[in-house]
Design a protein. Structure first.
Length: 298
């Protein structure tokens, strides 16, 4: 089943997980996925990780297969074009298809600070190039087992975009190339997201768009995320960060409460769905779904 079809009949609530670090066994992720799947999300996506190594690709396929075929939850596999050649994409899609996985998140991928477009190893300079290539491959193949392609969007504009309007134009290019569903980068200000959503619809982009929410659960994580993504930080969240800098337990509780309130408000505003960046934490996902699922009559 394609995840995009879910939006036709329901609010979609999904999770993201990531592969274990090289020093940790993959069973660590399996335990997280097993626990998260028991919370009955509509799907779970698994990131590709950094570097583009063959082992990373294998882990992504393996975890996605575990999500789909062992846990019985719809799985989405991330594909970062900046790390992949055309041959690798073709091989990865074949592997995913063999594991009965039909949903992929097509990304440009993050460049390292020292890299530019001339030094990247993959064949895809833009996510739209990757989306187009997947569609090109499908057009050459027999049968109707096509991938449902998801792409990312940026409520506060991609860091490499010249301005919001050009970023919207690139987003429309991705959708026109064959994207059926969008998931947003994290944000902490719901007004910012809703203004972005309004601009997206005004630009003629009609595919479902989920809000990506990342709970801040410890001071070090919050500092890193804010530095990396540069999101707007509302006064209420800034107060939490400042107040509990030296109290990790209280910071954790307040961060989950803030994310829960953020999600409840977005549901009230009538958005399409939530994609929760779980950081592989069953506890965080449990705390949030305990409060949110009753609102969704789950």
């Amino acid at each position: 089943m394609n995840t995009a079809d879910l939006f036709k009949t329901q609010f979609v609530f999904s999770f993201e997980v990531y592969p274990a670090k090289k020093t940790a066994p993959i069973e660590v992720v399996y335990r997280a996925v097993d626990g998260l799947s028991k919370l009955a999300p509509d799907y779970i996506s698994v990131t590709y990780g950094a570097g583009g190594a063959a082992a990373t690709a294998a882990a992504t396929v393996e975890i996605a297969s575990f999500i789909k075929n062992t846990c019985g939850t719809l799985a989405v596999a991330h594909l970062p074009g900046i790390n992949l050649t055309r041959a690798q994409v073709q091989s990865l899609l074949a592997a995913l298809r063999a594991h009965n996985i039909s949903n992929v998140l097509a990304l440009r991928g993050d460049r390292r600070p020292q890299d530019d477009a001339s030094t990247q190893e993959g064949d895809f300079h833009h996510a739209s190039d990757l989306v187009s290539y997947i569609k090109e491959l499908e057009a050459q193949e027999e049968g109707d087992q096509h991938f449902n392609i998801i792409a990312a969007c940026y409520p506060e504009t991609h860091c490499e975009a010249t301005d919001a309007q050009s970023d919207l134009a690139w987003l429309k290019t991705k959708v026109d190339a064959g994207t059926a569903q969008l998931v947003s980068q994290l944000f902490f200000d719901n007004d910012v997201f809703c203004r972005f959503l309004e601009a997206v619809r005004a630009a003629g982009i009609t595919v479902p768009l989920q809000a990506g929410i990342m709970p801040l659960t410890n001071p070090r994580q919050s500092a890193h995320i804010i530095e990396l993504c540069n999101p707007s930080v509302p006064k209420k969240l800034a107060t939490i960060i400042e107040k509990y800098q030296d109290d990790e337990k209280s910071f954790h509780q307040a961060g989950i409460a803030y994310a829960t309130e953020q999600i409840a408000d977005l549901i009230e505003r009538g958005i399409d769905g939530i994609h929760l960046y779980t950081m592989n934490s069953i506890e965080t996902a449990q705390a949030i779904t305990k409060e949110i699922y009753p609102i969704l009559d789950r």
